[in-house]
Design a protein around this ligand. Sequence first.
Ligand code: SRM
Ligand code: SF4
Length: 583
Amino acid sequence: MDPKPDKPLSKNEIMKAEKPDLSGNIRETLANPEADRFTDDDEQFIKFHGIYQQDDRDKRKVGKEYSVMVRTRQTGGIVPAAQYIVYDELSGRFANGTLRITSRQTFQFHGVLQQGIGPLIKSINDALSSTLATCGDVNRNVTAPSNPPVDEIAVQVDEDAFAITRALLPRTTAYHSIWVDGVQVDLGLGDKIAKARASVDQANPYMPPPADTDESGTATDSLYGKTYLPRKFKTGFAIPPNNDTDIFTNDMGYVAVVENGQLIGYNLLVGGGLGTSHGNKATYPRLADVIGFITREQVVSVGTAVISIHRDWGDRTDRKHARIKYVLQEKGVEWFRAELAQRLGAPLPPAKPFLFKGQGDAFGWFKQLDGRAFLGLFVETGRVKDAGTYRLKTALRVIAEKYAPTFRLTATQNLILSDIQEADKAAIEKVLHDHGCAIVFNPGLIKGRGMACPALPTCGLALAESERIFPQFLAKLEEGQAAAGIAEEELVVRMTGCPNGCARPYNAEIGLVGKAPGKYNIMLGGNREGTRLARLWKEAVLADEIPVLIGELFKQYAHERQVGQAFGDWVDQAAVWPAAPAA
Ligand code: SRM
Ligand code: SF4
């Protein structure tokens, strides 16, 4: 069912149809000791395996130095300590020594050289995780609330998040045959891997269901078909009142409905997405529509039906216009409800009322319902690293080895250590202090809410810096806050190096979107709850001028705000916007 039969299919569609097992020529490249990169066509296939071809953009003047980025899958950001210890080891051996917590609760390994990709991915699978379909035209990592990490409702939501994760994994056999069966290495990690396997009950939660077979006995995938989805697809869960997973920005969102202390089901959201292209008006950020109510038993059947609508109605001729948000926007929410009803055999009942009151992570110690404790830690721009006297990476390894907490990666690129015995709290705190990490307990509410995407030097699409300048940038904004008498005011600030929106700047109170080297579009007026889009305030502003301009706004805000009014809510209504052109 091609919605635009008059236009030619995009190149990716033809490639997928020709190699539906997504194997491309990956095996051949891996077997060639001379190869330092994958071919251009294989760059598209390796994404489905969780790999992005990159080159160090700081070194481009001298020549292209290729490496890859590898992304893991961690539903709800859950990483058992024993698995974390394997990742820590792998990041030192095969990547640039850091682990990057992403805005969708996964880990990324950067700077992996060609010879390291096989052993790295094999070991990730041996430790009972996966990189399958963390990129590509498929359902990506499923996000779920990590604040708090453990209570009865959160545990049930995690169960449902794992159920939909598994149901939406592609059934291609190439991934396992290339990376699991096809790589024979002994890295001497036997003991660590055995512990990681024991910690997830020996069963890999990310193993896709077996492939279907057609009449000729050929392996097929009844959900994704031969050409998978027209574009990526993102699924998340949230438990009101905390919108810590930024649920409205997902293609599909499940918002928990709790009545009398019981999880009775979810409100279904569809059609969020943020990616845009500068100068292309056909692309825009969009928040999801509320579609209706579903029971827990319907999580998989409804999720599969929604994805089948994206598969059948998404634009396969223009990848920039291929997200489900455009189907919702152009065909309308009533059309979508009717289409879903047809696929399910009945319409969904109306959604139940819900309200988000905030987002983001809490830092410091908290008590779990089971009596144990969890610790919320600030991780600057999500980068777990050792740098000078700040040695977070070493500290986390020590804590993982001695106290085995469950790691929860948050959707704001921070970290929660959960399931900690009361008696171990002081010792864990001491490890962090001894490794120069005092800041992780109390970053302040501008740093703690902030996010920046990796951008330069790894991201091939970056137009401007982001992660590397964000800490200094926030420090200047903090000075501006102090000068305006609003120090320590909570503020959601997010920065990206291009308009793709990876750190979700489009619904932040202040969003900075890279336009050109050293220049950013300033977006203002999103809210702390993540339920309103920001609008473009000024275009292509020099990085150094932004804190000055925003500092002036802070002063005006301090004078004009009503009691309790957040910056984003004030600026959305304030007389700071350019006048609309006369009709
Ligand atoms: Fe993203 C592409 C990093 C979350 C929208 N994203 C990329 C690539 C892979 C660049 C590329 O295609 O070559 C970036 C790799 C940079 C690097 O060096 O690591 C990249 N995206 C990230 C991460 C690591 C940002 C972060 O700061 O944590 C996030 C990884 C999430 C994960 O674990 O799965 C990440 N990306 C997002 C989000 C936010 C979200 O999903 O909550 C968005 C906006 C939401 C959305 O999808 O609409 C996002 N990334 C994009 C897009 C624009 C898609 C579009 O519809 O136009 C691209 C470009 C593309 O796909 O062609 C992109
Ligand atoms: Fe790269 Fe742009 Fe995403 Fe930043 S927002 S990681 S620059 S694609």
